[in-house]
Design a protein. Structure first.
Length: 250
């Protein structure tokens, strides 16, 4: 409820998308209306500030775990989604989005150095081998390309955990389907060790740049979610880690 209220308060309606969604949707009017209201009527709250701050509307973005296409539809020309859910892929393709259907942990289809950015929202906590997936992202990004990863996080102390329960009503990292849990610091460490330079970690709420810059330093370890942005850099494994220790699929 809190996120819905913030989204409606800080975001304008995407009226330019409404005709496209309703005229091209492969589903009934009632079901399409539910999808429209939940995913497309307003730009997702977690996307609004990074979209402006990093110019993602002008970048070729790989959206991994693209779902209904609610993020992908806002990215620049040539952007592409990857999704495994049949229904979401069907909908995304019907409204004109470029979406490939495969599991990124089973295979990797993206050409090297082909994207300006990778958007990976609320998926890493489901991934069996996070490092292997991050290394594939590194390969797919152009030199200096940007990585955006959003995950539910463990707040840094018991008091913050209590506040998240009060204001949000849940702790996302404890969801039964999640197999990984991160703090901001462990997320940054994991991304760094896959060959990226950390730029910032930000809750991106509210989506007003000056206001966010004031409150993010205080809330980034208190909130139960974070987006970390990193830039691709040269990568080699440490000499203290023999390559013979790596599984063959890395």
């Amino acid at each position: 409820m809190t996120a819905d209220w913030l989204k409606k308060f800080f975001s304008r309606e995407n009226t330019d998308l409404k005709e496209r969604i309703f005229s091209k949707s492969p589903f009934s009017h009632d079901e399409t209306k539910k999808i429209w209201e939940k995913y497309f009527r307003f730009t997702p709250l977690k996307l609004q500030l990074p979209l402006k701050k990093y110019g993602l509307d002008k970048k070729k973005v790989l959206d991994v775990g693209s779902a209904w296409g609610e993020f992908l539809i806002h990215f620049g020309e040539g952007s592409k989604g990857v999704e495994i859910n049949d229904k979401e892929v069907s909908f995304s393709r019907a409204i004109g989005l470029n979406v490939d259907q495969y599991n990124v942990e089973d295979e990797w289809r993206e050409a090297p150095k082909s994207f300006d950015a990778v958007w990976f929202s609320n998926v890493l906590e489901h991934i069996v081998a996070p490092h292997a997936v991050l290394r594939n992202f590194h390969k797919a990004l152009k030199d200096g390309g940007l990585l955006f990863i959003r995950v539910p996080t463990i707040p840094s102390n018991i008091f913050y955990i209590f506040l998240n329960k009060i204001f949000l009503g849940f702790l996302g990292y404890r969801a039964g389907q999640h197999i990984n849990a991160f703090t901001r610091q462990t997320l940054e460490f994991t991304i760094d060790r896959a060959g990226f330079e950390i730029i910032e970690s930000n809750i991106f709420v509210p989506p007003i740049k000056w206001l966010n810059s004031l409150i993010n330093p205080f809330l980034k370890d208190a909130a139960s979610f974070i987006t970390t942005i990193a830039r691709k850099k040269d990568f080699t494994y440490s000499s203290k880690r023999p390559l013979t220790h790596n599984p063959k699929w890395i």
